[in-house]
Design a binder for this molecule. Structure first.
Ligand code: MSP
Length: 530
């Protein structure tokens, strides 16, 4: 296991306000970063905005603003959302910052010097919406953009090209030698079959048809094509090529750091084909992992700004709290597959996992400790009931399983393990029947052991939930009155370490949602966006 981590989200287009689909990736990366830090690792987490390009220039013009003012306003909304969702990013890179544009110009010059970029003329099928040129085979007979399915048009302009065809074998070797480089596995096949096998053309890396971009120093009138500009953020943010490159040394050059890019399926080819090529051209190290998550859909359609079918995350967080939204995104939508947002699933998921299982286990346990032990958690003892040891074993194997899943970015599955532990705790109450034990003075020890085991299961589950539930976990620790020294991750391996303290029973962690009413409320939020 490496000792340091660098995790990135894609940088978002501030062409319109952020939606829940954008929040999805950032929340999942945040959860991963928090998990690593919780376990004592150094993890640098980067997000940001991709602020150049024709679309932004157009959108700004449409509302009578200059592009910089336009993006400044939207970026402040992105930043507010990240604050609201308690995103713990270490830096926020904007491609309009000088620290970034300087690096892009340097990168461009380096590639040019190396002969990996040449000046030519581009004529091809161009999708204005996606700002991408496509080949004849990709647009098909209908001449539709393979990404957004809008009609494409032929376009011609003087442009610089990156010799992508030269590096194809290196990419195939990269996939071959590093099975975890691009996951899920299906994405690798998609890259090979859809893009590499049909013949990868050279990539256009400059434009003359718009001016909102990083100027190419070597030729007036050209700006760097958005993808070369955008991908460079992953190294410019660390100070690559600048005088202040200590972060770059620490989080990119040092092999002890694991570099992880997380991205949506629609931008895989840029990350999994061109980005490694650019890095090779720059003689830089490859990322260790590119993890492709699925898309958040609405009625089988990708939630997207251009389709106008978005969910505004702000009212959702305001009504349900940050923990519920973070939990829903991580648990309901299997990380790596597409998923859809429906009000019903949202309400059901929160009620089932957070209200009925987790919140209720805490509430019931604290209630019984107040009733049977005057609010003092009994100390640990082993084997008082036949159900104790199996519960302990289950808890300890849950921790192991959770860690190996989380380390492999299987975040949804890791959380499912915690749910199982909580459910196991509830089942343990049914098995041990504390209300029966309480009636028999000779069973007092057994009753005490049951309470202690329950408290320790809740303690472990709360620690494991901590990367996701930034409030409820601490609230559970507070209600259990877990001492500060036990609020560190490694203590959870010592089953039974919590005990002897007086509890502070408080409000339930999550209020029960009235399904009918809340589904209606979310539907209203959704319709307000149209
Ligand atoms: N600016 C580029 C990325 C450059 S990274 C060097 C871009 N921006 S974007 O705003 O259009 O998308 C950013 C990310 O948000 C992508 O990973 C995309 O997959 C993700 N999502 C956009 N809509 C989404 C959903 N509906 N669901 C999940 N993720 C979504 O592409």
């Amino acid at each position: 296991m490496k000792k340091r981590f660098y995790i990135t989200t894609p940088i978002y287009y501030p062409s319109a306000k952020p939606h829940l689909g954008n929040a999805y990736c950032t929340v999942l990366c945040d959860i991963f970063a928090r998990y690593k830090r919780l376990r004592g690792f150094d993890c640098f987490f980067l997000t940001g905005t991709d602020e150049h390009g024709m679309k932004i220039e157009k959108n700004a013009k449409a509302v009578g603003k200059d592009p910089q003012t336009f993006v400044d306003e939207i970026v402040s909304i992105f930043k507010k959302l990240w604050e609201l969702l308690e995103i713990s990013n270490d830096d926020y890179i904007r491609t309009t910052e000088k620290r970034h544009t300087d690096v892009v110009q340097k990168v461009f010059s380096k590639l040019l010097e190396k002969g990996d970029i040449y000046l030519g003329e581009y004529e091809g099928w161009y999708c204005k919406e996606c700002e991408a040129f496509w080949t004849e085979t990709q647009v098909g007979k209908e001449h539709l953009c393979p990404d957004c399915h809008r009609p494409v048009e032929t376009a011609k302009e003087e442009a610089y090209f990156y010799k992508a065809s030269k590096h194809v074998d290196e990419i195939l070797k990269l996939y071959n030698d590093n099975p975890k480089f691009l996951t899920p596995e299906s994405r690798k096949n998609e890259m090979i079959n859809t893009f590499i096998k049909p013949g990868l053309g050279d990539l256009c890396v400059s434009r003359t048809s718009f001016s909102w971009g990083v100027p190419v120093r070597e030729r007036a009138g050209h700006v760097v094509y958005v993808w070369l500009d955008a991908l460079t953020n992953y190294i410019s943010a660390l100070g690559y090529g600048s005088d202040n490159d200590s972060l770059f040394k620490k989080y990119w050059e040092d092999e002890e750091c694991e570099i992880i890019h997380v991205l949506g399926a629609d931008i895989t080819r840029f990350h999994a084909i061109y980005w490694p090529m650019f890095l090779k051209s720059l003689n830089l190290r490859m990322p260790d992992r590119e993890f492709v998550h699925g898309l958040l859909m609405m009625k089988d359609e990708k939630m997207s700004k251009s389709k106008g079918n978005i969910i505004n995350p702000f009212p959702l967080v305001e009504r349900y709290g940050v923990d519920s939204i973070r939990y829903y995104l991580a648990r309901e939508i299997n990380f790596g597959s597409d998923g859809s947002f429906t009000p019903q699933q949202f309400v059901e998921r929160i009620n089932a996992d957070l209200v009925n299982s987790y919140g209720n286990l805490l509430n019931r346990t604290l209630g019984m400790i107040n009733k049977y032990f005057d609010g003092v958690v009994p100390l640990y003892q082993s084997d008082a009931t036949p159900f104790d040891k199996p519960l302990e074993d289950f808890a300890l194997s849950t921790i192991k399983m959770y860690e190996s899943l989380f380390d492999d970015l299987k975040i949804t599955d890791a959380l499912a393990c915690v749910n199982e532990l909580v459910n196991r705790g509830n089942k343990y109450i049914d098995e041990t029947m504390p209300w029966v034990l309480a009636k028999d003075e000779s069973k007092k020890d057994q009753l005490a052991s049951v309470m202690n085991h329950l408290v320790n299961v809740i303690y472990i589950a709360s620690m494991l939930y901590k990367p996701v539930l930034t409030h409820a976990s601490d609230e559970a620790f507070n209600q259990l009155n877990v001492s500060e020294d036990l609020r560190t991750y490694n203590k959870i391996y010592e089953f039974g370490c919590v005990g002897g303290q007086k509890i502070n029973k408080g409000q339930p962690l999550f209020p029960r949602l009235d399904a009918e009413e809340e589904i209606k409320q979310i539907q209203i939020m959704m319709s307000e966006n149209h």
